[in-house]
Design a protein around this ligand. Structure first.
Ligand code: NAI
Ligand code: MG
Length: 496
């Protein structure tokens, strides 16, 4: 097997990757779009096409849902839990075996630095491992109805679970949805983002190789309008997990309402990082840098609002700027500290925010402009950017930018920091840096967020439930709660 270095060198010199999947993955095999249409996938590091994939529509979605429904009813829902677990364990092992090539594909398709892509692939393997172990621990309750009755509950699989996946974490978002769905006994139809179709396809192929019966996991590629919308509106889909923008999530929820289909929505964020004067300054500096510049800020849970106590502010922000200016930029395959953003559209969106900010007279502490790979002059790059925010209502502090742009607000004390942190339409995550155990947990109680990180941003793993409040959505993925979202409870009461 080629080493990671060989795969990276080959991809850098050829600009592509051999043997990429072509077609949808339906009923255990690759197939072309019914319409015959294809579209390009682009390499953000160069801003150029590197491969083609199937451009699916309602006909392909229908074939995939039909395949999933058949496989669910014929085999998967009745496959013993221990056997489901064994298949998922084998999938985890195969992901680890193929990790080097999966990471290169992820890097080319999404633009993210190869080191981050490697981490995402390991995270995907870990999701399968975690839910593999959970399959045979999914158990119901008994109810104390007295000696004349027997009452108990069953966790039944919901049925066909759709996964609508974004481009910022293609393989890890696919894995964190597909693994619990399969563990619960559901069949899956996944629709990866049109910017990043390949690793979801590879995942479906790996699952087949691991022993998953054909048709239990299907992948349809294509745009949100052509393939995502018909999937969300399909009457034979029993559950939808959607990760992406508020606008598309709202459209999915409306489509689901017509069929009374259940949804889990993981939408945007504008997450605060509260840094108090008594914190470990080094840990906070590292944490804030990672919170906003990892994956070029294109993370729903990015820490995009720094709220720093006045006593620490001046030197802290100066040091952040110094570090931001030193970050290396480049093609993801060269493993820079900051990669490109995912698309020309995303770059334009970020630039739009900064242009409007300049027109309002907002002062940019560092960065603020588009740039390119210094080695090739190509690609969709945005400078690491830090902005002191003039007011709480400024769009820079209220809207999700989804790029490497950090806003800074000054807090007088912890209560003020809390008020600023909760002043948002979003409530996905929140970070806290403080040396006070008591203060950290008091703030954790009061912060409006689905999860709180204390003294390490992004702390946690697949074990920890993840999801948002307010416009960040509802429902939880990851953890045992993520597994239960693919189940429906049946209560049985019998007179005996
Ligand atoms: P998007 O929400 O349109 O795309 C996410 C997924 O939804 C893709 O697979 C897309 O094909 C699909 N989709 C789009 N419209 C759909 C519809 N009507 N029905 C069913 N599926 C549909 O996000 P987009 O346009 O790529 O990015 C726009 C903004 O959304 C970003 O700037 C960012 O602010 C936010 N976003 C948030 C993400 C998160 O992790 N929460 C991930 C991606 C984007
Ligand atoms: Mg791409």
């Amino acid at each position: 097997m080629a080493t990671q270095k060989q795969l990276i060198d080959d991809a850098l010199s050829s600009g592509s990757f051999p043997g990429l999947p072509q077609g949808h993955f339906i009923d255990g095999a690759y197939s072309a779009a019914a319409s015959g249409r294809v579209m390009n996938s682009l390499d953000p590091g160069r801003g150029e096409a590197f491969a083609e994939f199937a451009c699916g529509d309602a006909a392909d979605v229908d074939a995939a849902v039909t395949s999933a429904r058949r496989a669910f009813e014929a085999v998967w829902r009745d496959t013993p839990a221990v056997e489901r677990g064994r298949i998922l364990y084998r999938a985890a092992a195969l992901i680890r075996e193929q990790a080097a090539s999966l990471a290169v594909v992820e890097c080319l398709d999404s633009g993210k630095p190869i080191g981050e892509a490697q981490g995402d692939v390991q995270g995907a393997a870990r999701a399968f491992e975690y839910y593999a172990g959970a399959c045979d621990k999914l158990q119901g309750d008994t109810f104390p109805l007295g000696p004349a009755y027997l009452g108990y509950s069953l966790h039944e699989p919901v049925g066909v679970a759709a996964q609508i996946i974004p481009w910022n974490f293609p393989i890890s978002t696919a894995a964190r949805g597909i693994a619990p769905a399969l563990a619960a006994g559901c069949a899956v139809v996944a629709k990866p983002a049109e910017q990043t179709p390949f690793t979801a396809l590879r995942l479906a192929e790996i699952l087949l190789e691991a022993g998953l019966p054909a048709g239990v996991c299907n992948v349809v590629t294509g745009t949100g309008a052509d393939a995502g919308a018909p999937l969300a509106a399909h009457g034979e889909v029993d559950h939808i997990t959607f990760t992406g923008s508020v606008a598309s999530g709202t459209a999915v929820m409306k489509a689901a309402a017509d069929n009374v289909t259940r949804v889990v929505l993981e939408l945007g964020g504008k997450s605060p990082v509260v840094v108090l004067g008594d914190c470990d300054r080094e840990a906070a500096l590292d944490g804030v840098m990672g919170a906003i510049f990892e994956n070029a800020g294109q993370i729903c849970s990015a820490g995009s609002r720094l709220i720093v106590e006045r006593s620490l502010h001046d030197g802290f922000v100066e040091e952040l700027c110094r570090r931001a200016e030193k970050l290396t930029l480049g093609h993801g395959l060269r493993n820079p500290q900051l990669g490109p953003v995912n698309s020309a559209e995303q770059l334009a969106r970020i630039s739009g925010f900064m242009e409007r900010a300049r027109e309002r007279g907002v002062e940019v502490a560092t960065g603020g402009a588009e740039t390119a790979d210094p080695q090739t002059g190509k690609g969709w790059f945005f400078q690491p950017t830090i902005v002191g925010v003039p007011g709480r209502d400024d769009e820079l502090v209220q809207e999700e930018i989804f790029g490497p742009v950090l806003t800074v607000q000054v807090a007088e004390d912890a209560d003020h920091a809390l008020a600023l942190a909760n002043d948002s339409q979003y409530a996905l995550v929140a970070g806290i840096y403080t040396g006070s155990f008591t203060l950290a947990h008091r703030l954790a109680q009061r912060l409006d967020a689905g999860q709180v990180y204390i003294n390490e941003y992004f702390a946690g793993g697949i074990e920890v439930p993840f999801g948002g409040n307010k416009k960040s959505g509802f429902g939880r993925e990851k953890g045992l709660e993520g597994l239960l979202s693919y189940c429906r409870t049946k209560s049985v009461a019998a007179r005996i």
